[in-house]
Design a protein around this ligand. Structure first.
Ligand SMILES: [Zn+2]
Length: 300
């Protein structure tokens, strides 16, 4: 059951229909999406994927979402996406407010944001038209908060059809929110390689090697989190059962995604997928009604 503001939709759809000449069925396909699409299909829509899935032209699809944004039915965002893991690192309402520096705690990489490799322009239905759980991230389950809110789903392992998310989820050893002023306990079983943890919102992260003889009894690992960084109590842990106490002394809720990287992945040095480059931002930036992009190097 969807909760759509009918009057708003009716009036704005008329506006969009009259904005230009559309190919047959473009408008009806768009309206079907708004009315019948599930919550995730209306969150962070890539207009090129929409065009491909509905057999309409890319230019027309981009136009459609720009008009829908101008009419207030959708909101456009400039997402900074890690080109390796597909994690959405940041989101901005306007290109001119983009930050030039990026950090991905999962891949342990940072550097300067390159528009071609990092930026995805996406569109999300406006909460005024149809409210989604993703409009209120605090309301999401810990699974949706990570996999639906923070990762693009179409990243693939290099040269393979395997989705990066499926690969990554096989390595997850824990997923938790970290309430402020409280200790959260996670239990797991580790194989050799490395244990890393990341807060997908702030990109704060830690990593410890997992090495030595397997432990028969659970290893206890304490990790302090002060809202900005994680500090593990030891510099390495053995394979085997582990109990991890994460103490959040910060004032805000944190989150933790725990990954057990196997040695072959670490040796390969390529834990992540290379996303197909999506250069839709250029098309959008060229639309005269939207702010022109400022060269990244000149921004602070
Ligand atoms: Zn990454």
């Amino acid at each position: 059951m969807t909760n759509i503001k009918e009057r708003l939709l009716e009036s704005k759809m008329t506006e969009i229909e009259q904005a230009r000449i559309w190919s047959p069925r473009v408008i009806s396909r768009f309206e079907t999406l708004v009315r019948s699409g599930d919550d995730l299909s209306l969150y962070r829509i890539n207009p090129l994927a929409f065009a491909r899935d509905r057999a309409i032209s890319e230019a027309e699809s981009i136009d459609l979402f720009l008009y829908a944004t101008r009419s207030g039915l959708f909101e456009m965002s400039w997402d900074v996406v890690c080109p390796q893991s597909g994690m959405v690192l940041d989101s901005f309402g306007a290109l001119r407010t983009l930050k030039t520096h990026y950090v991905c705690g999962l891949c342990d990489v940072s550097g300067e944001t390159d528009l071609d490799d990092f930026i995805e322009v996406t569109f999300t239905v406006s909460p005024q038209l149809r409210r989604l759980p993703f409009h209120d991230p605090d309301s999401l389950s810990v699974e949706d908060y990570h996999w639906k809110l923070r990762f693009l789903s179409d990243g693939r392992l290099p040269g393979q059809q395997v989705r990066f998310l499926d690969f990554l989820q096989g390595l997850v050893r824990g997923l938790a929110f970290l309430p402020p002023g409280a200790t959260t306990t996670l239990r797991s079983d580790l194989g050799p390689g490395a244990l890393s943890g990341v807060n997908v919102q702030t990109q704060a992260a830690f990593a410890v090697p997992v090495l030595g003889e397997p432990a028969a009894t659970p290893t206890h690992l304490r990790v302090r989190y002060d809202g900005q960084r994680f500090s593990p109590s030891v510099s390495a842990v053995p394979p085997g059962p582990i109990v991890i106490d994460v103490e959040n002394s910060g004032t805000a809720r944190g989150s933790l995604l725990l990954i057990n990287w196997p040695p072959e992945v670490l040796a390969h040095g390529q834990a992540c997928a290379r996303l197909r480059a999506v250069h839709v931002w250029r098309d959008v930036a060229c639309q005269t009604d939207f702010p022109a992009p400022v060269p990244l190097g000149t921004r602070r």
